[in-house]
Each structure stands twice: as structure tokens, then as C-alpha cells.
Design a binder for this molecule. Sequence first.
Ligand code: SF4
Ligand code: SF4
Length: 381
Amino acid sequence: MIRLAFGQQKMQRNLLVGVLHLVVYLGFLIINIELIEIIIDGVFGTHRALSFLGAGYNLAIALFELFAFAVIVSVVVFWIRRNLMHIKRFRSAELKGWPKLDANLILIIELVLMFLFLGMNAADYALQLREVAHYSSAGAFPISGWIAPVFNNWPEAKVIAFGRGMWWAHIIGILGFLNYLYYSKHLHILLAFPNTFYASLEPKGKFENNATVTREVKAMLAMEAADPNQEIERFGAKDVTDLTWVQLMNAYSCTECGRCTAACPANQTGKLLSPRKIMMDTRDRATEIITSKGLKDLADHTLLDHYISREELWACTSCNACVEACPIGIDPLSIIMKMRQYIVMEESTAPGDLNAMMTNIENNGAPWAFNAQDRLNWVSD
Ligand code: SF4
Ligand code: SF4
């Protein structure tokens, strides 16, 4: 969690994007510290309530402003990359409609919040320079100091109204944005932390054995007594209700960045599979169930077939590249494997080639259609 979520280690694989993302992340965190003072001032009618901290306060305000400016630059670069540059992972079919609008809305909201913050500071600084009562000198303004001369010809009351308007818009904007998170991929700014905390620490690509199968095999080999009261579980996953809570958290943490899809060999070779879409579909289906207030559609409208097709599932090579590529430790492969397990073990409807191979393993102890007794025929010459 410290390396992936706090340190953003995997984001640094592309240094420019990694640094800009770190700036946005740190900028947002740091500027929200400033929000505490902004709220105190609003509630108690004070002016820069924390300015008693002296030189440290001035330094902090200057840093907040520099970060706000850096966030603006980063957000503009991100917008250009997403909308004007031909980066394949931003042009996939699954991003059409709401996902693209959501991504752009997030960038625009961040941009507007930064401008509101700097506008508020600029009006405040202009009033400080005029030595208006209440606006005592406090803070350092390396960025909004450049904007403040705009107010030179404005009457005092108008500058005060402007500053207060910025204050209200900033507060409403931030509180609105916090509520928007739950409808947006931006929820990752909260969920990335628990998501990386609960990511698998097993060796790369290690698969879980199915506990029910293990129990049955052990009973057959007389390694363990069979329990006649043992409930038979469903094998694999047909719907999101068969997934674990970590897999569901994975789906809600997904930032839709598409690094997994860009790394996926199946996707690169033109197959239908996109691991990002697997996560988006899982989240959409989970949201559909949550918002429908019940599981009434469960039987005839499931994750398998209605969201994720069998063609997508069987295109996966189980290479683990998507898991490796994900900056916040999401595991699309585990969902794919669970859904395949359902197809094979509950429906027995795996593709013909696989069924033939599994029958051969069952009958001959090898994937080929030869009797086990004939195995050494090739040495007879
Ligand atoms: S494990 Fe499957 S989905 Fe993930 S990158 Fe490999 S082929 Fe693609
Ligand atoms: S699963 Fe990870 S890599 Fe793939 S889109 Fe979501 S956040 Fe990005």
C-alpha cells in the first residue's frame, strides 16, 4: 500500500505522466489542508485564522499556490493526452459515452477548483494591499499576486463580493465533488488505498485451488474423511454475487486508465478481450444490482453473457500482464478465471478443443488422444 498507493510506484514507469499524476495527487491533498482554514474563516468570520503561525504560514500559502498552478498545468496536459493525442488506450470502445465524459468532467472540475482557489486568494491579496479593514496582511502569493492587479480599478465592495463569491463557489465545488466521487471512476482517490492493502501478496500469477475440489480429491484419495453434510458450493462465478468482496472493491477502484488493456497480448492481437472492460462491466453490473434494490433480474440478466461474453473470457492467455500493469493492484485475471470455472464446471460448455483436452486428461492422463499404455511406443525403434 505504501509503495503502490502512497508512492505511486507503478505510475513512474512513464516518468512524465508519473510526475504529473503525483503533482495532481499531492496538490489536491495539500490544497485541501488549506480548506480547513477557509472553512474556519467562513464559519467564524475571521481572516486567515491560521496566520498566527507567522513565517511558516506564509511559506505554506506560497506552496499551496505553487501546487495549484502545477495542478493546472498537469490537468491541461492530461486533457490534451486524453482528447487530442492518439493514445490507443484512451480510444477504446468501452470508453465511449459516460466514461469519457466522466474523465473529462474530473479534469474540468479540478481545473475550475484551482482557478477558484487562486481567484479567492487574488481578491484577498488585492484587499490586503489596499489595507481594507478585516483584510490584515497575511500569506505569500507567488501566483495570485500576478492576478491581483486585475482588481486595481474595481471598487472595494466589488472586490470583496468577488472574493466571497470565489469562497462560496470553492466550498460548494469541493463538497459537490466529494459527492460526485461515488458516481465516478474518481472514487479511486479513496479506494486505491484499501485496494492495494488487500491486493494479493502471493507469488506472481499463483492461482487459488478451488477448496471444494481439493476437499473432494482428498476424500477420494482417502487423505481426508468426506463430510456428508458439506454444502455443495457453486463453482466459479456467473454473476457479481459469486465474486469476493475484494474483487468487487477492485471493480469500484478501477481508474479506467487502460494500462491493463494496453499490456494485454489478447487485446494487442485484436481479440475482443479488454481487462479494463472486465472491471468496468463488473462495476456496472454490481451497481445495477445495488440500485435495483434486489436481485430480481439475477436469473435472466447476469455478468456472464449480458456484460462479459464467452469470447472475451476464452481470449485470455492467463499471462498476468494486466495484473502486473495495474497501478493499484487490481486483478482482472481472477474474475476471468472464476467465470471460466463456472462455464467449465457448472455448465460443461467450454469450447470444443478444451473439452477434448480435458476428456483426454481424464481418460489418458495426458492432453493427447493416445492411450497411456502407448506412451513409450516412440522408443521402440
Ligand atoms: S491475463 Fe488475460 S486479460 Fe490479463 S493481460 Fe493476460 S491475456 Fe490479457
Ligand atoms: S484495472 Fe487497473 S490498469 Fe486496468 S484500467 Fe483499471 S486501474 Fe487501470
